[in-house]
Design a protein around this ligand. Sequence first.
Ligand SMILES: [Zn+2]
Length: 300
Amino acid sequence: MSQTTEWDLARANYKQLENVKTRSISFNKFELLVQFNPGRITSSAAKVDTKSIEARPCFLCEKNRPEQQQGLPFETGMTILVNPFPIFKKHLTIVADSHTDQRISGNISTMLALARELPEYHIFYNGPQCGASAPDHLHFQAGNKGFLPIEKDFSDGRACSQLRIKTGIEQWQWTGYFRGIITLKSTSDEKLISAFYAFYTRFADAQPERPEPMLNILASYCNGEWIIHIIPRKLHRPSQFFAEGDEKILLSPASVDMGGVIITPREEDFVKISKPDLTDIFSQVTFNDDELLPFIKRIL
Ligand SMILES: [Zn+2]
């Protein structure tokens, strides 16, 4: 898209991304990248309570979008836009044409279709209560492949192994990855959708008070096959987010962080965040290997 050269805001922010600072933190079986990205402060610190959401004009509705932001239609009812606050060198937001709540139920097939349509990208979904800064407007994001560590971590198999295989679909299990993930792999979108809902229904029973169970999802497509990583969540933001002074770390984890790129919009957090901080943050917001067990059985 020419948006990153013609649209002033996007051009400036993609240019700035070239100078973004990154450091890596090594764990036993994997590495995390920490990215200092001041442009993400609006999203990381976004107020997403009902009152704040109702009080603001929705920035994903076409009538409120910047005039210079232009989109491409996707199937019926979605539009592909350049994300003006990038984390990835190529970062898209795919938004519903109508103002409708952020829900994965009924929309997982759209997510898989997007992955197939955009095979150079990971498609990601942040639930309305765990990372979406517009919980009232259905959207996905897409970021170029070759950047999220989970991609390599899945293929090198140090933290991940095949758990079950049934005709046409595989389920993979992660151990010692500090964040519980359910991974499915198949050439059949129907089989993936059916396995997803088997998991979703059970997980929804565990979080009955929520509009939908808390989930981040990453999906990609390559050579006729989809890989989807489902990350169930216990909490939106860790205690460090709300702390004051030295204790504070402004980190609001969502799909990209779950994929292994930790976004810190404040430089002080980028500098000080440590391995124990990250271990603790993951333990607060995601399920550990044992806690995940009840949700991963019999979903194929
Ligand atoms: Zn809207």
